[in-house]
Design a protein around this ligand. Sequence first.
Ligand SMILES: [Zn+2]
Length: 334
Amino acid sequence: MILTYKIKHGRDFSEELRKAKKIAKFAIQTHSLSSKDVKNFGLKSMISNQILRKYSRSNTVKSAKSVKLAIPNQGIKVDRDAKTISVPCLKLSLRYEFPDNFDKINQIEVGEDYTYVSVSIPELELVKADKWIGVDRNTVGHIAVVSDPESGKVVKLGKSAFHIHHKYKNLRKGFQKKGKYGKVKQIKDRESRIVKDINHKVSRKIVDTARELDRGIKLEDLTGIRNGKNTAKSFRYAKNSWSFYQLQTQIEYKAKLPGVEVAYVDPAYTSKSCSRCGLIGDRNKKSFKCLCGHVDHADANAGFNIAKRPCIDRLHTDRDVCKGTTDSPKTALA
Ligand SMILES: [Zn+2]
């Protein structure tokens, strides 16, 4: 897995960055890959080579915006005892605070203020889960409620997201009426940033909870809903789908490193069925009641249902994904 860390360098590289931009423009125009062609720009050949490679070959990069000084692995020295990285050709030395568990540094990119350090980190082997936590995602109240049927534990996360959405929706409406579309866009962007940050924290907590309890993570498969299966829940999801998918992507991403399994279940009736007896119960806003006597927080009940459901083969490729849910408990692979 590749991660990028950001470190402030506190140096002035504006001269080098100007040269880099010229080389990038040249590369886009000529598709040249020869460092001889750009020698006269006066940048170290190791760096100009990287820029040439990035901009000459790309069909997507059409303009030389925010060109950085890219240094390949060979031009980087790491001192793990002193926790420093140095780039001799730029006489740059940096202390890093990020964890020392990386295999190697792939590349460093130097921008105006920051250095972007790309590292390879070994992933732990995926542990096939035999017990699961269920994560119920919602637009109202907490954005995620985690339920663990084994211990009965319930964790409610991301309460502020709902209020933030409302606050910014009203702000947006106000500016929209006045025709201030620049402001509308600005507020939209701000909301996205805040929600992204909340999703990061919530996904972190979900993956950490799964690790602590030694469980896999089950989520509802929302692909059907996205394709227009029309249920009450689908409507609520559709309204907020980008945020749900963002949370899902972040959970999958964060679960990968420690080898926590993520699986998907059919979302039908997860919020209406009783997690104790399986019958359709009475759900009223956030409370759930069943004739069997079971009373619960509606999202927690949904989370329990999600955790207990058999997982579905979302990608139709890896049927082994479901092995962990058979009745006979399986020993987790070390
Ligand atoms: Zn019941």
